[in-house]
Structures are given as C-alpha cells and as structure tokens.
Ligand binder design. Structure first.
Ligand code: DGT
Ligand code: CA
Ligand code: CA
Length: 573
C-alpha cells in the first residue's frame, strides 16, 4: 500500500484537530498543522525518501514528526492518532465538517453544552442555547441550522489540484503502460488546472475496455471499482477521490476529450454555436446530419467551428469562445517565459536552503535571477531579519554576485504589513534593497474597511514593489480576508507596483478571476515560488498554470523580463 504525502498531511491535520478538541498544547497543535501544510505541498513523495533523517531535515519537521511519518509509511497507521480516535468518538469528530466549526468551537460546545454529536447540536440550537457560548453569534447559529437542515452525510469534498495530481499522475502512467492502451488523458477540472478538483475524469483509447478495467481493478490505490459494460467505469481511490474512466474510439477521442474537459458552461456555449450552424456537437464528434466533420482531435473540432484552439485553462465560458471567434485569444504565458523569481527564502529566516543552494536550484530551473526575500523580524516568524542582519545578508549577496556569471541575486525582503498599514522595517532599511515584497501575516479578521485602509497605506508608501499573496487564503483551510480589491488594484497601478501570483500549492493567490481583473486593468503580476527550500522552485509551474487561467500573457508578468529591465522598472517605481 502506497502512502502519499496527502495521506501524511491528512493524518497530521487530524491529530492537530483532535488535540485541539482535547484542549492540548497549542505549540504542539501548531507544529502538526504546519507540518501538514509543508508535507501536503512537498514536491517529493516522502515514501520514496530514506526515512527519518531525511524527513527531519525538512524545515518544519522535527524528530518527533519525522518518526510519525516513518511509522505511517511503514505500518499504515500512527499509534498516537489511533489513540486520539479512540478517545474522541467519530460523531464528535464529524462536527468539524460543519461550517464555522473548528476544534476550538467544537471544544466549547462539548465543555459548555455537552454537545457530542449533530443530534446534540440540533437540540441545543433548537433550545437557543448555542448563541450564548463564547465565540458563537447569531450569524454562526443560523449557518449551523442551515447546514444541519441540508446535511448529506459523506458529502464529497474537493481536493487541492496539487493533492489530486499525486493520485492522477501515477494512475495515468499506470493505465498508459498497459498493453493495448494507446492513449490516456486526465480531463475535467484537472486538465483545466482548476485549483481544486471534485473528481477525476479519465479518457482512454484501448483495444479492449474490459481488459483495461480488469487491470484497473488491480491498481493498489483503488478502493473499489464498478464497471458497467466495456466503455464506462467508476471507482473510488483510497483517499476518497472518485474516478470516472471512459474508453473511447480513436475517431472520437478529440470530441470526448473536449466534452469531458469541460467546463460544462464552455460545452453548452460550444454546442449552441454548433447548432447555430446547423451542426451537432457531442462527445462523439461534430456532425452535419450523419456526416462526421471532426472528432479525432480537439484542434480539428475547434477549426471546423471556425475557432482557434482554446487552451483548457481558458475553458470556463468567460469570453474565450468569443475571443477565439475574433481570432483574439491571448497568447498565454508559459513556464519557459519566466526569467526569474522575485520571492525566495533562505535559512536566514524560515527557509531551509543557504543562499548558494537557492541560487543553484534557480539555475537548475533555468532562471537567470532571484530576489532573496527573507521575512522581516516580527511576531510569528522565529528568525525574521532586523535591519542589522538584513545588511549583513546584503553583503553576502554582493560577495556572491561578484562570483556568479550569468546570474544575479537581487536584494529584497518580505516585510510584514502591520495592523495599521505601516511596514515592519524602517524606510531607510527598505530603500537600500532592490525590491520589497510586502504581505499580511496576521489580523486577518479586520473589517473590510479597515483591511482595505491597511493595504492602501502600505501600498501608497514609497517602498512596496510587490504585494505578496494578496488575499492570504490557504485553500481549504483559511478563507481570503476581506478587502476592496478594486481600490487595491487602482493603488498598485497608479504606483507602478505589482501583484503576486503566489505559486505555493496551498496558496495560489491571486486566484484566476482576480488575475484576469488585474490583467484587464494593466496591473503587472509577479509569478513567484515563495520557495522555502530548494525543491520548491517547482512551485513556479503552479503559479504559471493559475496565471494562464487568469488570461495572463508574457507581457503581463514582471519576471518574464531580463534582470536589467526588472531593475529599471523597480527604480522607476
Ligand atoms: P469537478 O469534477 O467538480 O472538479 O469539475 P469537472 O469540470 O471535472 O466536472 P465533472 O467531473 O462533473 O464533469 C466533467 C466534464 O464533463 C465537465 O467539465 C463537462 C462535462 N459535463 C458534465 N456534465 C455535463 C452536462 O450536463 N452538460 C455538458 N455539456 N457537459 C457536461
Ligand atoms: Ca471532474
Ligand atoms: Ca466526473
């Protein structure tokens, strides 16, 4: 049985939740949550590494957690988690799935109202006792009532794209390697690069559907499979992800790939377009009467409708079909367009790699510059830099730049935006840097008006070049904070600044629709890896995918420019 990083992360999250329900040590709880986040987006499969010492070397994973990872990979279970599960009944744990209920609130319900399951909660709500519990207001009360009313047990959850990929990629490779299988594609939201995926839609071209399904039944990560006939099967992977598999004839492969890539809205619009031309579009092809005009390839299908090829990332019916009709599709940015990365950490703050190591990793990614942007000294960050240490890092960068050929390190910092919008480092310090990446790392719960004022104050000062992860969300974990995006866009544009598309798999922040809005307003983007170790430079791929979903072209992205152009733009700014 293969244990994937997502399984380790889920186990750590669950331990964190259960400890919190028990009122456990906040530092331990935080350590588990942090480890879960790190592991979930860790670019290498832990199961393929060499045990505890290597896990221990990952920043954020201590000896204790390294041991737990080893235990889970070796035995399929973590004894400490099993014990917690015995101590807290499953019905109580399920309360965590309700909106607004985290472990702290579940604990409050348990200790103050003796609520242990949904039935208890319904009774407490009906009796009007919940609003009186600390941290529960009337808003939350009515959300809980609504959620309990429409509750479907075991409702499916969406997985982050990066997690789904850990299952989808090996599954595709497995199917592709079977004899008699000529082509396999993962379609659906996965192919469109949506940040979360509801299920996997797999298309295959094979000599025998029956043989393919028989082989699929033997796939280790599959929990169950039900095939109906020889063209359709549905299964559930061990992590609960549903997989729909269809076997299609080569002459229909393009049409099927188009249909099952979606989105549904894109498909409906395309079908209407076909109808207007007295054609019929289906997953089997494009037809006039019974004559097949296209179907073997997607390109042929679009061409037969008078359209250029629409990249899957654009297929959301947000104007891409009209644009294709006017021959005005954007030439979307590609990974190879990136020349540098303007948000990289080292072990001077909370990263794992030395300066030299991060440079080597960036060169391996075919970049020609990076900006080192370690954290400013502020709460929450243990090793944040003050003016003094930042100056010393600057000297080290100068020295290394002397030695480097064909590569440049820019001096930067990731500076906290304080609650009132001031920056955590003084202006004189920041002015000595090549660029300043500013970010919100606390006080997420301010009102929209206050959060907007905070951001505007930071952006309107002379220092900030790039606003990092502008919404502060963590996918599936933390909602974006509230602020007036339009006002922030205007402020950034006026000052010639830049908004970040953070490529960390749990962030992907800006999201696609906000990227599109920024591009339409002519606001420059910085696609950044926000690397905390050498292997995280690969986050740039996810950032590029998200930027493509937001219609971004090469010219919309600052770090497609050469280092001298970037320097000139930053100076102007
Ligand atoms: P997901 O799985 O929720 O992340 O999103 P999708 O887009 O993968 O949706 P899914 O798995 O329900 O269906 C896969 C594709 O099949 C979808 O993108 C478009 C196509 N499709 C599904 N239902 C319909 C439909 O009712 N009409 C049309 N035209 N296409 C559909
Ligand atoms: Ca799907
Ligand atoms: Ca599906």
């Amino acid at each position: 049985m293969g244990i994937h990083n997502a399984d380790v992360a889920d186990a750590f999250d669950e331990i964190g939740d259960l400890l919190a329900i028990q009122g456990g040590n906040p530092f331990r709880i935080r350590a588990y949550r942090r480890a879960a986040r790190i592991v979930r987006s860790f670019p290498k499969e832990l199961a393929e590494m060499h045990g505890p010492e290597e896990y221990d070397a990952i920043p954020g994973i201590g000896a204790d957690l390294a041991g737990k990872i080893t235990e889970l990979i070796g035995s399929g279970r973590i004894e400490a988690l099993e014990r917690l599960r015995r101590e807290i009944p499953p019905q109580t744990r399920e309360l965590l799935n309700l909106p607004g209920l985290g472990p702290v609130r579940v604990r409050a319900l348990m200790t103050q109202l003796k609520v242990r399951n949904e039935a208890d909660l319904s009774r407490a709500l009906a009796a009007g006792r919940v609003a009186a519990v600390r941290g529960f207001g009337p808003g939350l009360e009515s959300r809980l009532e609504a959620a309990l009313a429409r509750r479907e047990p075991g409702a499916p959850r969406r997985l982050p794209l990066s997690v789904a990929a850990q299952y989808a990629v090996p599954l595709r490779e497995y199917l592709q390697s079977l004899p008699g299988v000529s082509r396999v594609e993962v379609a659906g939201s996965f192919r469109r690069g949506r940040e979360t995926v509801g299920d996997l839609d797999i298309l295959a071209s094979a000599v025998s559907g029956a043989k393919l399904f028989a082989a699929l039944k033997r796939y280790a990560d599959l929990r169950e499979l039900s095939a109906s006939g020889t063209t359709k099967a549905s299964g559930i992977l061990r992590n609960g992800l549903q997989v729909d598999v269809r076997v299609v004839a080569p002459k229909s492969f393009g049409a099927a790939l188009h249909y099952f890539t979606g989105s549904k809205d894109h498909n409906i619009h395309m079908r209407r377009l076909a109808q207007e031309r007295n054609l019929k579009l289906s997953e089997y092809g494009l037809f006039r009467g019974t004559r097949r005009l296209a179907g073997e390839t997607e390109r042929g299908l679009y061409r037969a409708l008078g359209l250029g090829f629409i990249p899957p990332e654009l297929r959301e019916d947000r104007g891409e079909i009209e644009a294709a009709g006017r021959n005005a599709l954007p030439a979307l940015i590609e990974r190879s367009d990136l020349e540098g990365d303007l948000h990289v950490h080292t072990n001077a703050s909370d990263g794992a790699g030395t300066l030299e190591r991060m440079v080597a990793a960036a060169r391996a990614q075919k970049l020609s510059y990076i900006a080192i942007t370690d954290h400013s000294k502020h709460l929450g960050i243990v090793h944040g830099l003050d003016a003094e240490r930042l100056a010393r890092q600057g000297e080290a960068i100068d020295a290394l730049n002397e030695k480097l050929r064909g590569f440049t390190i820019l001096k930067g910092a990731e500076v906290d935006i304080l609650e009132d919008g001031r920056l955590a480092l003084p202006r004189e310090t920041l002015e000595r840097l090549d660029l300043v990446v500013a970010a919100v790392h606390d006080h997420f719960g301010l009102s929209e008006a206050k959060q907007t004022a905070r951001l505007l104050r930071a952006l309107e000062g002379p220092c900030v070049s790039i606003l990092a992860h502008p919404f502060g969300r963590l996918i599936g974990e933390r909602e974006p904070y509230a602020f007036d995006f339009e006002k922030v866009l205007d402020a950034v544009r006026e000052r010639g600044g830049c908004l970040e598309v953070n490529g960390q798999p749990s962030r992907l922040d800006l999201d696609d629709s906000h990227i599109k809005a920024a591009v339409e307003r002519g606001v420059l983007l910085s696609i950044a890896s926000d690397s905390h170790s050498a292997d995280q430079l690969g986050n740039l791929d996810g950032g590029v995918r998200q930027a493509r979903r937001g219609w971004a072209r090469r010219q919309d992205v600052l770090n497609t420019r050469s280092v001298s152009e970037v320097r000139a733009l930053l100076r102007e700014h």
